[in-house]
Design a protein around this ligand. Sequence first.
Ligand code: C2E
Ligand code: CA
Ligand code: CA
Length: 605
Amino acid sequence: MLLGLIASLSDLGLFYCSSNAIHEANLIKFNPMLTFLATCISGGITTVIAMLFYWIRAYAGRHPNYVKVLLATGIALAIFAIHIVFESAITHKTELVSVASNQASRQLVSITIGLGMICLFMLLFIFTLFFEKHGKQLFEFSFFKKGQNSESQPQITLDSLTKLPNRKAFQDHLESASKRSTRAGSTFALAYIDLDHFKPVNDQFGHHVGDIVLKTVAERLNAAIRGCDFIARIGGDEFVAILEEIKTNEDISPIVQRILKSVKESFHVNNLNIEISCSVGVAIYPKDGDLEKLMVCADAAMYKAKENGKNQSKFYDSDIESASEQMLELQRDLCLALERNEFILKYQPKIDCKTQAPLGAEALIRWNHPIKGEILPKSFLPAAERFGLINEINDWIVDETCRMISHAKEQSGINLNVSINLSSHQFRNPNLVKDILKTIKFYDLDSENLTFEIKETSAIRNQEQFKLLLGKFNEAGIKVVLDDFGLHPISLAYLQDLNVNEIKLDKSFVSDINQDKSSRSLIDALIKLAHALDLHVVAEGVETEAQRDALVELGCDYMQGYLFSEPVQEVKLFALYKHLQSNQLQINFETSEQISTSEYKAIPA
Ligand code: C2E
Ligand code: CA
Ligand code: CA
């Protein structure tokens, strides 16, 4: 509409100027009513032309070139018609026509009209070029955003940080591309681009630096693609490109190589030299899947590229296909599992090294799949994290654990402390500790009834977020344990800086304890250091008596493992707990000497 108004006013101006010389000479007269009508008609025609531009942009028919030629002819005829309408708005003074046909005036009129036409066509040309370059989204956003009521306001389709089209714009474009491709019998490629090692950049240097890197990545990706391609940012460090006008994989490879190379080049931000890379998964429409499946295919190919070592691309193929079908099935099943209450918790007791009395338990999730049977967490938790279901699952774990502790208190008079494992994805949940406290309160429990285990690797990789979360746990009086401790060379230095309550030695230390002298010395040093920092040490994966005895000798505080019990369900836990309590060693605390050596027999799960 706005374009129509501007164009009709400029038509009027153009016509008025071109006729002015004659008007000045009093050779013609403008009819105000007809002039107004002519301006309206001109506005209407130009609005229709502008709308046709939008329509042809999304046109996905078989003969786009014919339609363009038809449209161009239509525009030329419309301009001619506009001129005729304006002509009818003036009356010539017939007695002076001979003067009007004066050679000089006729030349002036022709030149003015000619120049006007050229200007009009140039304007249309510039409009078309601008439209082609910046796309529908930018054009809509910058030109039509203002002055529209909220109902008809177009959705903002640009990503605010990088100014690239966002997920919504990408989906619109993908739909148009698929229509074009289906009707023209052509193909296009979808490239899913995920940055490698970007999270540590955010964690180590802060979000400000991360944002600058993302903006630069967006510029580089934009420069790496061709004019007919489309690029969008669809998530934190995820981008997608739609590559049209391709026939074979050989047409796609050079573009993907340019993308990989452009991200691999160093980023210089605030005197820092930042090195990242990207992994690219490519799926082709319609060969690899329909519109709905295409994104899943490209995503699966990208994951394969990451698995293969990152900084590379991978085309979707039959191997990935079967893996991604399994993934899709898993995603569907996981969503249903929560609804159908298919998860269960098993609990593995934690034993005091000195007394061998049970001191609490660790909650470990299992999935009771209706067809596949019991599934271990390693086979479904990574997928739950990837599909964004982990927070919901964790809420269920916290609720179920608290319910069980409350039940243990009521039924058996046991006041349990249960450890719950947290994944690094949950660090980003700002309400995590608040929600945990709510559940504790709901079941009338104490913050001392729960402990949270966080893997040392996750804590190191997400230092900033981890410290923030740790602060919240400390404030709430909830204990935190660093799980699988000792696998990183920086573990020891790192410990000093953190306000955790316990460290849990990785299973590998326990299995090696009696292998050689140096393994034993390493565990000895770790235990001594932890004690010097006022931390308790838990050893997990204790399977043999020899391992248990060595750990007791080295002064380890607590133990877990199959030697004492496998993880068991709630129904067995209370009996097991009582059994362990009755089997604890009688210790003479004055001499620290064991005076009863009742043999412990583990209860099978
Ligand atoms: P983790 O936290 O290190 O848990 C210890 C794993 O060792 C458990 O495997 C446990 O069943 C197993 N285990 C216990 N005693 C022994 C032993 O004597 N020998 C050996 N070889 N293994 C033993 P599980 O249950 O398969 O869990 C594996 C991992 O899955 C856990 O490692 C934890 O990282 C994760 N996980 C388990 N449950 C949950 C959960 O509820 N939430 C989250 N976020 N992660 C969980
Ligand atoms: Ca654990
Ligand atoms: Ca562990």
